[in-house]
Design a protein around this ligand. Structure first.
Ligand code: MSP
Length: 502
């Protein structure tokens, strides 16, 4: 089969604070997709990084009495180290203060300017300092914006309105472009009103932390015009044509729902102006709420992914985040639900299956995987379930239904545990060792295949199962486990957490 390419991105995160669980979620999701696509033979490019310009970062640096660049250099390792700890396999890590990006942004500005899509105008309107942009009267009335003031300023504007029609047509002709469907409708609704042009400059005297506008040195670039271009800088736009042509357009931009307009409207119109193809899909996921509440520093309820990973393990955190969120909807994060999920799925179902088969094969077969002699309907049923599961998982992952793919796999693990209970190889072994061998081979082979299916989500723990079984991570056909293989000793995969009622 011909290899496909898969280019996946996360938003680039503001370096105004340490990474939180929302950042970890999107980055893990991109990593899971990367690993899954690699496992089916695709070539993958996974880009993540940091958004280092703009007012938010400037304010954060000022608070710490550091220069903006010092502040960014100091915080960047917190992201990089967290991704390493969470086993994130990105292909490139972009920082918008890197020379390659500054050069690209300036060149794009020049091009778009020469094309006539950028003009100077004086604008008077409501400006939200917190949001760092002019807001409409309706937005002001909504009361959602803090630090709003009247501002009159001369600025550079990008002719976003010129591409409104192209954008509407593109959305209508490409049902996969904005997902989920409800978000697509939201954007189409937004586009029913005439689209204004986008103010893309900030006068240096007011805000100087940004990329200088090449044709007007009194101004720096608005942070979003700069940041969105990371997606093309990262794959070599204007620097390495072969690389760029290989990867662009992106297959998927993973983003949170709050940055949907910037991606689907600002970014798309920028790409139209540049004459570049649009990304195939922009997928907006929901938010992690803490219980029922929004996560915020002022409420003091921000979940630190590093603490969770250190306390409960990286794979358990990855599993919880991927299993719990229905892509597109908000999800509630609580320690209670985390522990419950861990104990039921990982300790009781998955970890327990490994313990059982390795314990029994240890006891009755000297830890050597037995052979299959005469399958009954019960074995045929397990085998059939797995053969049906594999293509199903593929479809679910390609549909971004990660939680369902995980649940389907867990259901099979539960089925195998039930099979073991009903077949009771520990009893059978006393009269018919051969039959006990068939049962244990079947359960172990099912465990091996389930572990492969869960590898993208839990690379360490599933990798450990592969080591215990001396198995090949890529052998996805039933029967890949070799009889005669000596099982290695192992620790409990997921020791129970005894604090459920905390
Ligand atoms: N720098 C911009 C993105 C530029 S992309 C060209 C930005 N950065 S951010 O750090 O504020 O947010 C990054 C992402 O985190 C967004 O996708 C946002 O939706 C996500 N999240 C912030 N809080 C979140 C939750 N509580 N839950 C899930 N994701 C959340 O915006």
């Amino acid at each position: 089969m011909k290899k496909s390419k898969f280019y996946v991105t996360t938003p680039i995160y503001y370096v105004n604070d340490k990474p939180h669980i929302g950042h970890a979620y999107t980055t893990i999701l991109a990593d899971v997709l990367t690993r899954y696509h690699e496992s089916i033979g695709d070539e993958v490019f996974f880009l993540t990084g940091l958004d280092e310009h703009g007012q938010k970062v400037k304010q954060a640096a000022e608070k710490r009495n550091l220069s903006c660049q010092e502040h960014c250099n100091d915080l960047a390792p917190r992201f990089i180290n967290l991704w390493e700890k969470l086993e994130i396999k990105y292909s490139d890590f972009i920082r918008t203060t890197q020379e390659r990006h500054i050069k690209l942004v300036q060149s794009v500005l020049q091009k778009v300017y020469e094309k006539g899509d950028i003009y100077m105008d004086e604008y008077e309107g409501w400006y939200s300092v917190a949001e760092e942009r002019f807001i409409t009267a309706t937005e002001k009335e909504s009361g959602q914006f803090r630090d709003v003031k009247m501002l009159k300023e001369r600025n550079w504007f990008f002719k976003m309105s010129k591409y409104q029609r192209n954008l509407i047509d593109h959305i209508n002709n490409n049902p996969q472009f904005i997902r989920p469907e409800s978000r697509k409708n939201e954007i189409l609704g937004f586009l029913r009103q005439p689209l204004g042009d986008l103010c893309i400059s900030r006068p240096k005297e007011r805000m100087d932390w940004g990329i200088e506008i090449p044709f007007d040195r009194e101004y720096v670039t608005y942070v979003w015009f700069d940041a969105l271009l990371n997606y093309v800088t990262g794959v070599g736009f204007e620097a390495d044509n072969d690389k760029f042509n290989k990867w662009w357009p992106a297959d998927i931009h993973l983003i949170g729902k709050d940055i949907l307009t910037t991606h689907s409207v600002y970014w798309s119109t920028m790409l139209f102006s540049l004459g570049l193809p649009l990304p195939k899909t922009i997928f907006a996921h929901g938010w992690w709420l803490i219980g029922e509440t929004k996560m915020s520093k002022s409420l003091g309820n921000v979940v630190n992914p590093l603490d969770m990973a250190e306390q409960y393990g990286v794979d358990a955190l990855r599993y919880y985040l991927m299993r719990e969120m229905v892509l597109g909807q908000d999800s509630s994060f609580t320690l209670e639900s985390f522990i419950k999920r861990y104990n039921s799925d990982l300790a009781n179902d998955f970890g327990n299956l490994l313990n059982r088969v390795s314990g029994l094969i240890g006891k009755y077969f000297d830890s050597v995987v037995p052979a299959v002699k005469g399958k009954t309907a019960a074995e045929e049923d397990i085998e059939k379930s797995f053969n049906e599961l594999m293509p199903k998982i593929r479809t679910l992952i390609l549909e971004f239904k990660i939680n369902e793919a995980i649940e389907e796999t867990m259901q099979l693990i539960r089925k195998v545990n039930k099979y073991l209970e009903s077949q009771a190889p520990w009893k059978v072994a006393k009269e018919n060792l051969e039959r006990a061998g068939t049962i244990l081979y079947t359960a172990t082979e099912a465990l091996r295949l389930a572990a492969i299916l869960l590898l993208p989500v839990m690379p360490s723990k599933c990798g450990r199962v592969m080591e215990v079984l001396s198995a090949d991570k890529t052998e996805l056909l039933w029967g890949g486990l070799k009889s005669g293989t000596k099982l290695q000793t192992h620790e409990a995969l997921f020791p129970r957490i005894e604090e459920e009622k905390k």
